[in-house]
Ligand binder design. Structure first.
Ligand SMILES: Cc1cc2nc3c(=O)[nH]c(=O)nc-3n(C[C@H](O)[C@H](O)[C@H](O)COP(=O)(O)OP(=O)(O)OC[C@H]3O[C@@H](n4cnc5c(N)ncnc54)[C@H](O)[C@@H]3O)c2cc1C
Length: 372
């Protein structure tokens, strides 16, 4: 006999679980299937910014000191300058990916999501979806199957553009976090993104555009301040790698199929926003399905991706052009208020056009030669 549900969610990562929870809050029957067994680990910077934390609270998932370590802002460091800014409201939280996954699953269970782990959804072109080869009936199918989504081509939603593509690696170190911030260290081979995840552990995510040549160790070695800090720290997990991209699709909805999370478009990991996008999309998708109309979800989805993708591409100019990075870091170091305002734009507390309007003169300094 076929399994049935109102909505079949393909993939139980952060986006699929958030969608399933949001759907249950509308009283919709949800079946979620993931090919892997939980808790699922993945290369990740493991930082949840205050805005994403609020999205999780709206879903009913409260993260606190039991889960990880709070951080109060962002710090950029390079070999010449350091600049920090505090969040205007709230604190971020760093937590192991598996801890977040467990918290999401626990809440999904509480609200009545039916979950099948170790269950692959088979998606062969022009054939109905099956669960480990068994038939399944549903009204809507949600593709939350990540970066290399199979739902995407199966539903004919593959057309889009790849804007950036880099490599990411993650390792944990046993060491007391030395900073109340997420630190992003800029080096010649890429960035090291340091997030406290407990009172005695940090996560270091490496982001680089150099394939093969650069792995975590090489990037850390090229950043003296970090190399010294980590030289004697015990590595507590094995390195995990992944591709990080910024891409957008022409469409994320077709008929009764909708994509969410990385399957539906992504933003380079430097933004720290990947999971947050899925949490935001989940609310919109659940509302749309409960109204039997996916059009508002498609429109809202484009809006959710626009700002983070624009900001990520701007930040990546600093990766591509070291001289621009040095200039920007000098300007930020001399004028930390500018950096704080940018963080507020990133955190959704100020609009980008408003920021550009108000900060035009200061931004001009980035590109004009400094007085001798
Ligand atoms: C190096 C790096 C650092 C990052 N740092 C951060 C950060 O600090 N903060 C942040 O918010 N984001 C970060 N991100 C981004 C974040 O990891 C992703 O945006 C997030 O994992 C996307 O979640 P998802 O649920 O869409 O996809 P995934 O987490 O990839 O989940 C997809 C799930 O679908 C399942 N699946 C796939 N196919 C099938 C199938 N056919 N049947 C059943 N199940 C299937 C998979 O097993 C998987 O569990 C980072 C990414 C990288 C690469």
């Amino acid at each position: 006999m076929a399994l049935t549900s109102d909505v079949l969610v393909v993939g139980g990562g952060p986006a699929g679980l958030a969608a399933a929870i949001a759907l249950r809050k509308h009283g919709i029957d949800v079946l979620l299937a993931d090919a892997l067994q939980p808790p699922i680990d993945k290369a990740c910077g493991e930082g949840i910014l205050p805005r994403s934390r609020r999205e999780l609270t709206r879903l009913g998932v409260e993260l606190d000191a039991r889960h990880g370590a709070a951080f109060g802002g962002i710090r950029f460091c390079d070999d010449h300058s350091t600049v920090s800014a505090d969040f205007r409201s709230g604190q971020g939280i760093g937590l192991r990916r598996v801890v977040l996954h467990t918290a999401l699953i626990e809440h999904a269970q509480e609200v009545g999501v039916r979950m099948l782990w170790g269950t692959r959804v088979n998606l062969n072109l022009s054939q109905p979806a099956t669960l480990n080869g068994k038939p399944v009936r549903y009204r809507y199918l949600v593709g939350a199957d990540g970066h290399s989504s199979r739902v995407r081509p199966w539903a004919g939603l593959e057309r889009g553009s790849l804007l950036t593509r880099r490599f990411g690696f993650r390792t944990h170190y046993r060491i007391t976090p030395w900073s109340p911030y997420i630190e992003i260290h800029w080096g010649p081979l890429g960035q090291a993104y340091v997030t406290p995840v407990s009172a005695e552990e940090i996560c270091v995510a490496i982001l680089t555009r150099f394939s093969g040549a650069a792995r975590s160790g090489d990037v850390i070695q090229s950043i003296p301040a970090l190399r010294e800090r980590l030289m004697h720290a015990e590595i507590t997990t094995r390195e995990r790698g992944a591709i990080t991209t910024t891409f957008r699709l022409r469409r994320v909805v077709r008929g009764t199929v909708a994509l969410i999370g990385d399957a539906s478009g992504s933003v380079d990991a430097i933004s720290g926003e990947g999971m947050a996008l899925g949490f935001r999309q989940a609310q919109g998708l659940a509302g749309a399905i409960s109204n039997d109309n996916l059009a508002p979800y498609a429109a809202g989805h484009a809006e959710i991706l626009r700002l983070p993708q624009t900001l990520a591409r701007l930040i990546l100019l600093m990766d591509r052009w070291p001289s621009l990075r040095r200039k920007a870091m000098n300007v930020f170091a001399r004028d930390p208020h500018l950096f704080a305002e940018l963080l507020q734009v990133h955190n959704g507390e100020e609009s980008l056009p408003q920021f550009i309007l108000e900060q035009a003169t200061r931004l001009g300094r980035m590109f004009l030669p400094s007085p001798a």
